[in-house]
Design a protein around this ligand. Sequence first.
Ligand SMILES: [Zn+2]
Length: 256
Amino acid sequence: MSQIDVHQIPVLNDNYVYLARDRASGQTAVVDPAVAQPVLKAAERLGWSISHIFNTHHHGDHVGGNLEIKAATGCTIVGPKADRARIPGIDIEVDEGETAALGEALAEVFFVPGHTRGHIAYWFRESAALFCGDTLFALGCGRLFEGTPSQMWNSLSKLRALPAETRIYCAHEYTQANARFALSVDPGNEALQQRSREIDQARAQLQPTVPSTLGEELATNPFLRADQPSLAANVGLPSGDPVAVFAEVRHRKDIF
Ligand SMILES: [Zn+2]
């Protein structure tokens, strides 16, 4: 298996599109192209040749560039089997337990419904890189547009089990606002307090806070910590029912 290099492209207000290039073959995937032109220009500047699009879910700010990039490059579009009808130009459908090949690099696919009913994530094990769309964010998680708290907790639990060094390539720069909310439900968390200060410093210099590592998220992201007794107590619930705690934290974020 081969490793990938990743290039991050900020687009629209707060989206991140990624170029992932397999070192062995040079094949390059665009992950969740919200738009086409900035992605095509970035690839050209880098000298990377786009061979694939990997979509995590059907929202317009993740597939908006699909057809234009496909027309310009002839690339192959990979996306969630459960959402094939909503992924423009899809060629290859993948589902839980399957792999998506990028040259000699392989992405393992997780089915992670909750934000949408067909959402998937791509994990390049050899490169410790996870492309998780709008499921897991730095200090947050996606809104439950088409799923239940139970589904989302189950989805996040799959991602939570990956190695701590995994880099979390999520699709939005929401971290500073997420930190303010996280502190409201986990105020005594010293790692969170420290991380929040670092985020404020990074954003003051317009630096990205993404990717983080899964280890950082496990220590500080309240949506991954619904099974922690301290977090349950902070939201006024008994510990031992992480789905109920997760649902309460998600609800509080929705109205924060
Ligand atoms: Zn979305």
